[in-house]
Ligand binder design. Structure first.
Ligand code: MN
Length: 139
């Protein structure tokens, strides 16, 4: 189940760590080092999920980029997971208000990232049940 995941992150060490996690899971990393390139990559590639550092260099913060993505009709459905050194509840409130679907804190916890990705990519149980009933009805 290969997914394409955009990670907007200016810290190369975090980028490398997440790249290793994603590759181990069989996913593809689309890297972006600031808000501007994150926006361009999202618009061009329509990733399956976005990991978002909130403190970014340049004009567009992770909060602002999240707001813009969630206002874009073709991109707003993409889950955005904040991955940030901001640890306060206030930062989480602000991130969720901007449109983040989940909030993880740095230092990055490998197991937590993996578990969160699996949660977002898990098949819908309700749909499976409906399919199973259909199959049964036509046997
Ligand atoms: Mn940063």
């Amino acid at each position: 189940m290969c997914k394409r995941i955009l990670y907007v992150e200016d810290n190369p060490r975090n980028m490398l760590l997440v790249q290793r996690i994603l590759e181990a899971e069989g996913h593809e990393l689309l890297p972006a080092v600031d808000g501007e390139s994150g926006w361009e990559t999202a618009v061009t590639h329509h990733p399956d999920l976005i990991l978002m550092d909130l403190r970014l260099p340049g004009e567009i913060s992770g909060f602002e980029l999240t707001r813009r993505l969630k206002q874009h009709p073709d991109l707003r459905h993409i889950p955005i997971i904040a991955l940030t050194a901001y640890g306060s509840g206030e930062a989480e409130d602000k991130a969720r208000a901007a449109g983040c679907d989940a909030f993880l804190t740095k230092p990055a916890d490998i197991r937590q990232i993996r578990a969160t990705l699996r949660q977002f990519f898990a098949p819908e149980p309700a749909q499976n049940e409906v399919t199973a009933v259909h199959h049964y009805a036509f046997i």
